[in-house]
Write a protein that binds this ligand. Sequence first.
Ligand code: CA
Length: 230
Amino acid sequence: MPKNTITILIIEDNFPLRELIRSSLVEARYFTAEAGTGKEGLAKIASERPQLILLDLGLPDNEGTELVRKVRRRSTSPILVVSARDSESEKVAALDAGADDYITKPFGMSELLARVRVALRHGLDIPASKSAIEHEGLRMDFVTHQVWKNGREVHLSPIEFKLLGVLMQNAGKMLPHQKLLNEVWGPSDTDQTHYLRVYMRQLRGKLEADPSRPRILLTEPGVGYRLYSR
Ligand code: CA
């Protein structure tokens, strides 16, 4: 879908911030729709059919997480939660309620635009069945099960390969612990977050220049992991 046919709905009650977001999105050639309350937002979802929804969690008329749930029931488009609160439990609650990602205030417009691009990529049903993926110097071949970093082959165990594969297929996107555990180990192991810690440490040992300061395999504290994306 070309950029200039994409509508992004901004649900935000802080008018100066909404205006700043709107002008940045317009400059990046998106169409925008705006709402200042949850109620207005739900009406705009019906009338504007946005391809992405930016949702402030602190609106005058609605409890944040409950609104995420209502939005999710009305639209399958990605929901990017904009939150002033830096609380982990609130982020997890918003993601559990159906949000795709979150961004914490204050944020820069270039960061917001990057998150918007990632969220839209995943909302547009790009086929996941590619035989090879390249991202930021990493290359994975899903047919031969080989991995290269900057042209040099790296040997991964089957679990490490699967875990990196999920991260590569969702590059730039925040992946909650439960989602990663479900994709790699299956639905009966979604509470085994220590598996992730162990295997992420191993992957970092093999892929990061300095595993104690990861630049590729990023931790979202208390929430999940994200593969670095420019
Ligand atoms: Ca607000």
